[in-house]
Design a protein around this ligand. Structure first.
Ligand SMILES: Cc1cc2nc3c(=O)[nH]c(=O)nc-3n(C[C@H](O)[C@H](O)[C@H](O)COP(=O)(O)OP(=O)(O)OC[C@H]3O[C@@H](n4cnc5c(N)ncnc54)[C@H](O)[C@@H]3O)c2cc1C
Length: 503
C-alpha cells in the first residue's frame, strides 16, 4: 500500500526530503507558510534584481560531489543553474588590522601552496593540516554517500576536538591559524565549542571547490518542487501549519492557517524544533526532559545583510567571495555579545544566468548576535519603528565604510540598498533568534546538540539543519537519513551508488 507523508516546512530540508520520498513512491504533501517556498533558498526581487536570502556559497556541486550525486538521482541536475567559483583565488581575505590580503586556492596542493606564499615557514604545517582535515571528513560515511550498517560510530579524538584547538595543533603561526579559520562565520563557529568535524567539512567543501547559484537560489527550490509534483506529490505555499492533533502519542492530523486538514502515515517536521512544540495540541506526547533540551540547546548566531543594487558598469563581476576581517585575534569572536560590530563580513556578487563583465548587485553578510535586536523582538515586519530603521541605516553605513577600505570608490557604485536583520531571519523562516545555522554544535556536549531524526512520537520524524549539519551540504544528507527511516536503512544510498556505477 502507498505510504504517505506530510512535511511541515518547505525549506531546503522539507523539499529535499519530499523529493526523495516522492521519487520512491510515497505520497507527499509539503506545507510551507510563506508565499515563496525554499526557506533559505528564497529569493526576492528589489530594484529589479533577484537577491538570495540564505544560500550564497554552496559545496558538493562539482562533478562527483555528494550533492550533485543526489541531484542526479533525483533527476534535477539539468534543471538547475550553478556557476563554479574561480580556482585561484577561490576566496580573498582582507585583514584590516595590517591591511594584508590573502588568497585561497582550490585543491589540496593549491590551498597549501597559495597560503605558503604568505607563510613560507608553515608549508609543512599546512600540508599536515590539510591531511588532518581530509582524514576527519573521511570518517563520515554519509558525507561520501557510503552505505553503512553501523549504528555506533567511533570517531578519532580530533573529530570532536574544538575547531580552534584542532587548527592550533597543526598551524603554529597565529596569523595563519586565523587565516585558515576564516570560514568559521559560515558555520557560526565559536571558540572552544564548535567541533573540528564541522570546520573540516566546510573546509573540504571549499578546498574541493565551491559554487554559486546563477539567477537566484529560488530556481533550485523550484526544481525540487517540480520533482515532488512530477512524482505525484504536492507543495502548498502561503499556508503554514498551525495545529498538530495527537492521540495516544501519535499524530493524527495537521491543520493549516487556512483551515485545511492533512492526514498521513508519517509527519515530518522540517522546521526549527522550538517552532514545532507550540503547534502540538498536547506537548506531553514528548517527555518533559526532551522539550527542555530542545528549548535549551544554544542557537547559532545570526546575521545582518546589506543588499546593494550597483550602478550599471561601475563594479566588475568577481567570481569568488571576499572576506573582510577586522583583527586576527577576533576570528573566533563573531558570536560574542560584547564585541564591536562588525568584526567582519562576507562580500558576494551573485552571478546572473548570463553574467556580464560588471555586477548588477552585491550582498554583504555580517554575523550578528541576537542581542543587537533584542529590544525590537516583540515587533512585526513593517512595524518595527523609526529607531529600528535608523539603526539599520547605521549598520549599513558601517559595512559600506569598511568596503571603502578595500574598494576606495565603492560608495559611488551604489544605486540603492536594502537591509535584513536577525529579526527578518527569525520572522521569515520561523527560526529561534534568527539563527543562521539552527542549533549550535558543542564539542563539550554533543549529546545536547545532536537531535536525532526519530522522535518518541512514532509517526513524527525530524529533518533540516537542526538535526545534523546545516547548509546546502548538510541538510540534503539529513534528508536521506530521514527518508530512510521510512524507506529502509541504506535504501536511498544504495540507489545513488548504483546509479553512479551505471553512468
Ligand atoms: C543570512 C544567511 C546566509 C546563509 N548562507 C548560506 C550559504 O551561503 N551556504 C549554505 O550552505 N548555507 C547558508 N545558510 C544556511 C542555510 O540557509 C540553512 O542551513 C538552510 O536553509 C536550512 O534549511 P532548513 O530546511 O533546515 O530550514 P529553512 O530553510 O529555514 O526552512 C524551514 C521552512 O519552514 C517554514 N516554516 C516554518 N514554520 C512553518 C509552519 N508552521 N508551517 C509551514 N512552514 C513553516 C519556513 O518558512 C521555512 O521555509 C545561510 C543562512 C542565513 C540565515
Amino acid at each position: 500500500m502507498t505510504k504517505s507523508a506530510v512535511i511541515i516546512g518547505g525549506g531546503l530540508g522539507g523539499l529535499f526530503t519530499g523529493a526523495i520520498l516522492a521519487k520512491e513512491g510515497v505520497k507527499v504533501s509539503v506545507i510551507e507558510k510563506n508565499a515563496m517556498i525554499g526557506g533559505g533558498l528564497q529569493s526576492f526581487v528589489r530594484f529589479g534584481e533577484v537577491f538570495d536570502t540564505g544560500m550564497h556559497v554552496i559545496g558538493g556541486m562539482r562533478p562527483g560531489g555528494n550533492i550533485r550525486r543526489i541531484c542526479n538521482y533525483l533527476g534535477i541536475s539539468d534543471k538547475i543553474f550553478i556557476r563554479d567559483v574561480d580556482n585561484n583565488p577561490t576566496d580573498v581575505l582582507y585583514f584590516a588590522e595590517d591591511k594584508a590580503t590573502y588568497y585561497i586556492s582550490q585543491g589540496k596542493q593549491g590551498f597549501v601552496e597559495r597560503l605558503a606564499e604568505s607563510f613560507p615557514h608553515q608549508r609543512e604545517n599546512l600540508t599536515q593540516y590539510v591531511k588532518a582535515v581530509y582524514d576527519i571528513v573521511g570518517e563520515l560515511d554519509l558525507f561520501f554517500l557510503r552505505p553503512s550498517n553501523s549504528y555506533i560510530t567511533v570517531h578519532s579524538d580530533e573529530f570532536m576536538m574544538a575547531a580552534n584547538d584542532f587548527i592550533a595543533k597543526y598551524i603554529t603561526d597565529p596569523k595563519l591559524a586565523a587565516v585558515v579559520a576564516y570560514i568559521n562565520p559560515l558555520y557560526s563557529g565559536r571558540k572552544d565549542m564548535t567541533p573540528a568535524y564541522i570546520h573540516a567539512l566546510i573546509s573540504v567543501l571549499y578546498i574541493d571547490g565551491p559554487s554559486r547559484f546563477a539567477g537566484g537560489s529560488y530556481l533550485f527550490a523550484n526544481a525540487l518542487r517540480d520533482c515532488i509534483i512530477e512524482n505525484g506529490g504536492e507543495v502548498i505555499a502561503s499556508d503554514g501549519v498551525e495545529h498538530i492533533a495527537t492521540e495516544n502519542k501519535v499524530i493524527t492530523s495537521v491543520t493549516t492557517r487556512k483551515g485545511r486538514t492533512f492526514s498521513a502515515d508519517y509527519y515530518i517536521s522540517a522546521i526549527h524544533p522550538c517552532s514545532l512544540i507550540p503547534l502540538l495540541d498536547n506537548p506531553s506526547v514528548f517527555p518533559k526532559a526532551y522539550i527542555n533540551r530542545l528549548n535549551e540547546i544554544p542557537n547559532s548566531y545570526s546575521a545582518f545583510t546589506l543588499n546593494i543594487k550597483l550602478k550599471p558598469g561601475t563594479f566588475r563581476y568577481i567570481n569568488h567571495s571576499v572576506f573582510y576581517m577586522s583583527r586576527y585575534d577576533e576570528i573566533w569572536n563573531f558570536g560574542c555579545e560584547d564585541k564591536t560590530w562588525p568584526l567582519g563580513f562576507l562580500c558576494m556578487t551573485p552571478p546572473d544566468i548570463e553574467q556580464g563583465e560588471f555586477s548588477n548587485k552585491m550582498i554583504l553578510t555580517a554575523p550578528m548576535t541576537w542581542n543587537n535586536v533584542k529590544q525590537w523582538e516583540d515587533t512585526k515586519v513593517g512595524h518595527r519603528g523609526k529607531e529600528y530603521e535608523e539603526w539599520k541605516t547605521q549598520c549599513a553605513e558601517q559595512l559600506i565604510s569598511r568596503m571603502e577600505e578595500m574598494y576606495p570608490d565603492f560608495r559611488n557604485c551604489i544605486e540603492s540598498i536594502n537591509t535584513a536583520s536577525p529579526l527578518t531571519i527569525r520572522d521569515f523562516y520561523a527560526v529561534k533568534e534568527g539563527a543562521m545555522c539552527g542549533y549550535s554544535k558543542d564539542c563539550n556536549n554533543m549529546m545536547l546538540s545532536q537531535v536525532p531524526v526519530v522522535t518518541k512520537v512514532r509517526n513524527l520524524l525530524l529533518t533540516g539543519q537542526n538535526c545534523n549539519i546545516h547548509g546546502f551540504c548538510g541538510v540534503p544528507l539529513t534528508a536521506i537519513t530521514t527518508s530512510e527511516v521510512i524507506l529502509g536503512n541504506n535504501y536511498v544510498l544504495n540507489k545513488i551508488n548504483l546509479m553512479d556505477k551505471d553512468e
